[in-house]
Design a protein around this ligand. Structure first.
Ligand code: RB5
Length: 145
């Protein structure tokens, strides 16, 4: 399982922390994010992660910006990307269990390091439930199948 990471300048520290955390859990990690705190444009990085997921370069991703909304809005423009905004571990569990989200989005300015790790663990350790949730997911995409 390979995980991609995307972030703007607000998410550099949490991205690095979660990359190390995921590597320590045995995941391969690919970085598509900014590596300096100089102001950059979040869509550039979110599009790169979405492309990596859609071309199977990575299986899933984590994305970060200040509120998480900029990267989430950008990622969800791509058909078959399901990016879920997670502000706590319970929400992170549910975006996998119910939405089978392929990107977990973290609002870098609003979570602590400890909360970010808990969000990552909940997302990674939860299994998609399928069934009625798959039926609902099948109704999401409006673009090319
Ligand atoms: C950057 O200041 C901020 O706008 C960005 O990180 C993000 O929160 C946008 O949605």
């Amino acid at each position: 399982m390979t995980i991609g990471f995307a972030n703007d300048h607000t998410g550099v520290a949490l991205k690095r922390l979660l990359m190390q955390h995921c590597q320590s859990k045995g995941y391969a990690c690919l970085n598509f994010g900014a590596d300096s705190t100089q102001s950059v444009d979040y869509p550039d990085f979110a599009h790169a992660l979405a492309t990596a997921v859609l071309t199977h370069k990575v299986d899933i991703g984590f994305a970060f910006c200040g509120t998480g909304n900029g990267v989430a809005i950008t990622l969800n423009k791509h058909p078959h990307i399901r990016a879920g905004l997670c502000w706590n571990a319970t929400v992170a569990q549910l975006i996998k269990q119910h939405n089978n989200a392929n990107v977990c989005v973290i609002p870098a300015r609003f979570v602590t390091e400890q909360q970010a790790v808990a969000i990552a663990d909940a997302y990674l350790d939860t299994v998609f439930e399928g069934g009625r949730h798959q039926t609902r997911i099948d109704k999401i995409d409006i673009g090319i199948k």
